[in-house]
Structures are given as structure tokens and as C-alpha cells.
Design a protein. Structure first.
Length: 108
């Protein structure tokens, strides 16, 4: 079972995710991502995945929907800290070209 926390840093909303992320975690995160997009001034949503052991297609779908929503608002989604095996899923589906994926947490 996965967990998450949200912290703000300047104009960034940082989601720190951990554990195995599946349908249940996606359902819990969806309204939080939406609220962050709609009700905050966050220019970037940064998703820190360094403590994530596994994620499924529902979570990837949530990332796609979040990126699409943020792009319409001229904001950005950044995924960072992926383990190699998770990054390979993004490579195999060519989503590594669609997302802004970084090895480390971006600076201010």
C-alpha cells in the first residue's frame, strides 16, 4: 500500500509518494491533484517517486490527466526520482518523451 504527502515550496506543490501505487492510491490522489491544480497558485506540480516500489496503469493515467490539465493552465508537471524499473515502463510506452522526467528533485 502506498502513501503520499504534499508540501509546498515557493510556487511548487511537491507530492512525495511511497510504496506500491495502484488503483486505491490513484483514487485517493486524484482529488488532491485536481484541488492542487484548481485552487492553488502552484506553477509546477513535482511528483517525487524515489520511494515508490511499483505503480500501475491507473497511476500513469492520473499523471497523463494531470499533465494535460496543467498544460491547459500553462503550468508544468515534473516527475523525478524514478527507480530504473519504473522508468523502463515509461520508456517502453514512449511516455518518457511525453513527460518531464528528472533524476533529481528540481531546484527552485
Amino acid at each position: 500500500m502506498g502513501q503520499f504527502t504534499v508540501v509546498t515550496r515557493g510556487k511548487d506543490a511537491i507530492f512525495q509518494l511511497s510504496g506500491a501505487l495502484g488503483l486505491e492510491e490513484t483514487a485517493a490522489l486524484r482529488p488532491v491533484f485536481w484541488e492542487t491544480m484548481q485552487e492553488t497558485e502552484a506553477e509546477r506540480i513535482i511528483v517525487d517517486l524515489k520511494a515508490v516500489s511499483r505503480l500501475d496503469a491507473s497511476m500513469i493515467s492520473l499523471f497523463v490527466a494531470t499533465k494535460n490539465g496543467l498544460t491547459k493552465r500553462r503550468r508544468r508537471l515534473i516527475l523525478c526520482g524514478m527507480k530504473r524499473e519504473i522508468f523502463q515502463v515509461f520508456e517502453q510506452t514512449n511516455l518518457n518523451a511525453y513527460f518531464d522526467i528528472r533524476k533529481e528533485m528540481p531546484a527552485d
